[in-house]
Design a protein around this ligand. Structure first.
Ligand code: KE4
Length: 428
């Protein structure tokens, strides 16, 4: 593969955009090398500025569940664009997508649309604090809820004390209200709650983690969180920015039969345009301005282009009763093929998979939390990433990310991917 054009574009970009990218993970820092610049995409394929074609397993970090340039989304956006791109006024379209989302997702009465997953999670925390009149939150090491200050927190000094900022610019004043727990460790959560009695407003979690690779909840973990929240007047927030409308029409709440108090969405819900959302039952959502005192706003929230893309996406998902099963089958097929290819070359690895989310970890231990995910061999991952990239397979440029399967992938694409893995495995 040649990347001359991408290399030149990257040099230019770095003069005017920090690190040459508008989101850090795109810069290939975790795997080295020069990021490739996308020129176009169609279905399961990305085409870069050098004319290379890649089978895409990032899919814009999740939104392209039905493939790039999905015709109903493209048609809806083109049609809507000609009627005006934003009004800053309510539109019937917002009600239509809200009604559909509320019908698809269990345990929510109202939904508020915003412009990103970060905004959705940030607003959900504020709402939970407003509702419970308590300040502290618990998040889990390795879970990512966007870049608002409350979430950019590393583990604090003691196991049950408050967190410390993990980015300059985040104040200690903010960090003191965020506690860090271990994913899949219910006893650790109980200890945190005991040490911070009656101070915790919410527990926010990726109910299936996707930001330390894909890590499903262990048996009973989510149920345990639900019980703990019920007996301690704590709201349970499911961050379903990745899993929403991907793992089931109703997300993990439907898949696992566990009710969250607030649910956050992003990615798929916008069909590739900037959309986030948060939703809950009436007694929580009615606290939001202009109804209630909890303020939250946005110039482009619910804008007609993003809503038309999102509505086309949700309609397609809602009406395609075989979609989730097809996605699961394709992901299972890929899982089995990669396992066989790596075992044939005696490469120690662990693959985590649930629905259309899958991740490959070069570790011979189970990957159940951030600590075990961090034990993966990153040098092997870097070789794996670049080896696949040079064979036209584009996976996430970090071992701490998930591959996103799209329904546009054919079994021929999957076979091509498995063959590439087998080839690359020979040199790992
Ligand atoms: P955005 O603000 O990037 O739309 O969403 C933040 C967010 C919230 N919650 C979860 C579970 C998420 O995965 C994300 C964003 N995911 C990353 C990929 N791991 C986005 C990629 C990027 O940062 O460029």
């Amino acid at each position: 593969m040649l990347y001359q054009r991408s290399s030149a574009l990257f040099k230019e970009a770095q003069n005017v955009i920090p690190g040459g990218v508008n989101s850090p993970v795109r810069a290939f820092k975790a795997v080295g090398g020069t990021p490739i610049f996308a020129k176009s995409a169609q279905g399961a394929y990305i085409y870069d500025e050098d004319g290379n074609r890649f089978i895409d397993y990032i899919n814009s970090w999740g939104p392209m569940l039905l493939g790039h340039a999905f015709p109903p989304v493209v048609d809806a956006v083109i049609k809507k664009t000609k009627l005006g791109t934003s009004f800053g006024m309510p539109t019937a379209l917002e009600t239509e997508i809200a009604e559909l989302a509320v019908a698809m997702v269990p345990n929510i009465d109202k939904i508020r649309f915003v412009n990103s997953g970060t905004e959705a999670c940030m607003s959900a925390i504020r709402l939970a604090r407003g509702y419970t009149k308590k300040d502290k939150i618990i998040k889990f090491a390795g879970c990512y809820h966007g870049h608002s200050d409350s979430f950019l927190i590393a583990a604090g000094s003691g196991a049950v004390t408050f967190g410390t900022p993990n980015s300059p610019g985040v104040t200690q004043g903010t960090a003191k209200d965020t506690l860090l727990a271990k994913y899949n460790d219910i006893e650790n959560v109980k200890a945190l709650i005991k040490a911070n009695k009656n101070e915790i407003a919410a527990i926010i979690i990726e109910p299936v983690a996707g930001n330390m690779g894909c890590i499903p909840p262990t048996e009973g973990f989510l149920e345990g969180l639900r019980t703990i929240c019920d007996s301690n007047d704590i709201l349970l927030i499911f961050d379903e920015v990745m899993t929403g409308f991907r793992l089931a029409n109703g997300g993990v709440q439907e898949l696992k039969g566990i009710n969250a108090d607030i649910v956050c969405f992003g990615k798929v819900v916008g069909g590739g345009l900037p959309v986030g959302a948060f939703a809950a039952r009436n007694d929580i959502m009615n606290l939001l301005a202009p109804l209630g005192p909890v303020y939250q706003a946005g110039t482009l929230s619910g804008n007609p282009l993003a809503m038309s893309a999102g509505l086309a996406m949700l309609k397609a998902i809602d009406q395609d009763k075989g979609l989730m099963n097809r996605l699961e089958e394709k992901t299972k097929y890929l899982h089995n093929g990669i396992t066989e290819a790596l075992n044939k070359n005696n490469i120690p690895h662990t693959i985590n998979r649930i629905g259309s989310m899958i991740s490959v970890h070069f570790s011979d231990q189970a990957v159940v939390d951030f600590e075990s995910a961090a034990k993966g061999n990153n040098d092997t991952f870097k070789k794996f990433f670049h080896g696949l990239l040079n064979k036209g397979i584009y996976i996430a440029p970090s071992a701490f990310e998930t591959w996103f399967i799209t329904d546009a992938l054919t079994y021929q694409d999957l076979n091509e991917t498995i063959a590439a893995v087998e080839e690359v495995a020979k040199s790992l």
